[in-house]
Design a binder for this molecule. Structure first.
Ligand SMILES: C[S@@+](CC[C@H](N)C(=O)[O-])C[C@H]1O[C@@H](n2cnc3c(N)ncnc32)[C@H](O)[C@@H]1O
Length: 512
């Protein structure tokens, strides 16, 4: 059998960063669900199964020197890239293994330690049943009691409408010659004929039109990894929970922190229905029916230890919060957070935003000394959860900040910005997580980290020259700017914003 076992392995998966995999993020999800978290103020071990290009792990390892991080992936091109970046940044607490899950189970790979965290993002519903069982074996074998698992997957019934089209797409692509990118392109052309306006008439459902439209517009590598694997199959939450129960794992909640605010996405009647279901597997699955949700980010714990409300309050009082962008850039309406788009009441939030603009601070400083002691928590805490869910603020646990590794990684990633567009996140040693940046931001960071006092005009000129050298065109309002003048103008605007507005925030976050 081929080593890739029906998996699309001739095309690299796009580089990404997923904040929900962060140790603090997972610990906070536990605390919000009244479950004891993992202590991260002492050495701990973290494993990612199917780490792809390794970017999430690199950011986490650089921002969390207390942890030792392991990433496993069977694609040599993924591990090769991951090692190149981690090696250049001298991330000594990060180790990548080029092995399959089967290798690990059967002892054909180095022995892994017992882990406090095991995460897998975008893996479980894209692999064969045999490989899913390997994962369960690895969770059984390598997760410590009290350890946390993060698992994301394509959920049912959310994909029900698209499933027949997904099948047709894959069958057509399987019959085509060439690499995965070209098979995807010809299968997408084939599928276009099933678009309603062209007389396909498969269904009137807008979801299906959206699915067909996205095939022609999306990133080929992403789409091939989403749809062309031989064993891709969405699952009901209840089936995933039953699988994980075999590894003694208890479902504790979602890593989408806004799910702690059910009033945002379920009316009273639906909350009432769910409230009467005792079994969490059934309750969550029923919730997915109400929401027709397509993607889940679940958190499980091996032997969840419930905490008292008093202890929960004590934990929450230790949290800090930091803005990840200039306060004037914070978006309060149409915020995409997990399950929904939310809007924050600007008037009510003004005073809190003023305090946040002053720099990172503890929740007690922000909301008052007793605010987090007892439930119900103040409405403003819900706002912080929404801002965190939309990557505009970060919530983090107390830590001793050692910025060296994050600075080294950020230097390597900023240098990459002269050659490609792959890297869009930098590490913050303050929050232990990532901060999203754009291609011009990266170039600005590259100059300023080397020459902190550089003039804005010089930084602009250097960013313009770097992007011009590789013929990189920017977009404005979704449209590619074709002329050199338009590009230069746009780069100048971005670079000035980075220098004048973003840089002070990046400095507060300890990024450079
Ligand atoms: C969709 S990618 C997600 C990568 C990464 N977690 C991320 O989100 O960026 C899934 C990853 O799982 C890896 N993978 C799939 N099957 C595997 C197996 N049997 N053993 C090891 N890695 C596997 C793939 O190579 C791929 O990098």
């Amino acid at each position: 059998m081929q080593w890739s076992q029906g998996y699309v392995a001739d095309l690299d998966y796009p580089v990404g960063f997923y904040q929900e995999q962060g140790p603090d993020y997972l610990n906070i999800a536990c605390v919000l669900n009244e479950v004891e978290p993992v202590r991260t103020d002492r050495p701990y071990t973290y494993l990612e199964l199917g780490c792809g290009m390794g970017n999430t792990l690199a950011i986490l390892a650089a921002g969390n020197p207390m942890g030792t991080f392991y990433g496993i992936d069977f694609m040599p091109s993924h591990i090769g890239t991951a090692r190149r970046i981690a090696g250049a940044a001298h991330l000594d607490n990060l180790h990548y293994l080029e092995h399959s899950f089967g290798d690990l189970v059967d002892g054909r790979a180095p022995v892994l330690p017992q882990c406090d965290f095991i995460t897998l993002h975008g893996v479980y519903t894209w692999i064969s049943r045999e490989n899913q069982q390997h994962i369960i074996t690895l969770l059984k074998r390598h997760l410590k009691p009290g350890g946390i698992v993060y698992i994301s997957y394509n959920a049912l019934p959310g994909w029900n409408a698209e499933k027949p089209l997904m099948r047709l797409l894959r069958e057509y692509a399987d019959g085509e010659r060439g690499d995965s990118a070209s098979r995807l392109r010809s299968a997408s052309r084939f599928m276009k004929q099933f678009d309603l306006e062209n007389g396909g008439g498969f269904s009137e459902t807008p979801t299906l039109k959206k699915f067909l439209g996205a095939l022609n517009e999306g990133n080929a590598a992403y789409l091939a990894h989403e749809y062309l694997h031989q064993y891709s199959e969405p699952l009901y939450h209840i089936d995933v929970a039953r699988d994980l129960a075999a590894a003694k794992l208890d479902f504790i909640g979602s890593s989408d922190l806004c799910e702690m605010l059910p009033g945002l996405y379920l009316n009273d009647e639906k909350q009432g229905v769910l409230g009467k279901i005792a079994d969490s597997g059934l309750r969550e699955t029923a919730k997915d029916f109400f929401l027709n949700r397509k993607f889940r980010r679940d958190v499980f714990v091996r032997g969840a230890r419930k905490m008292s409300p008093i202890r929960q309050g004590e934990w929450l009082q230790t949290l800090s919060v930091a803005l990840l962008k200039p306060h004037q850039h914070v978006k309060l309406s149409q915020l995409p957070v997990g399950l929904m788009e939310v809007c924050i009441d600007e008037a009510g939030f003004g005073p809190i935003m003023e305090k946040l603009a002053g720099g990172p601070c503890t929740l007690t400083h922000l909301l008052g000394p007793d605010a987090m002691k007892n439930q119900p928590f103040p409405a403003a805490f819900g706002v912080i959860l929404m801002l965190t869910g939309s990557s505009q603020t970060s919530l983090y646990l107390p830590r001793t900040v050692n910025p060296d590794a994050a600075h080294r990684l950020n230097a390597v990633l900023a240098e990459e910005g002269h050659h490609n567009d792959h890297y869009r996140t930098l590490a913050s040693p303050l929050t232990g997580s990532g901060v999203v940046v754009n291609p011009v931001d990266l170039l600005v960071v590259d100059v300023v980290r080397q020459r902190p006092e550089e003039l804005v005009s010089t930084v602009i000129a250097q960013a313009q020259a770097s992007l011009a050298r590789r013929g990189r065109r920017l977009r404005k309002d979704g449209v590619i700017l074709e002329s050199d003048e338009e590009n230069q103008h746009e780069i100048a605007l971005h670079a000035r914003t980075a220098m004048e507005d973003k840089l002070p925030v990046w400095r507060q976050l300890g990024m450079l």
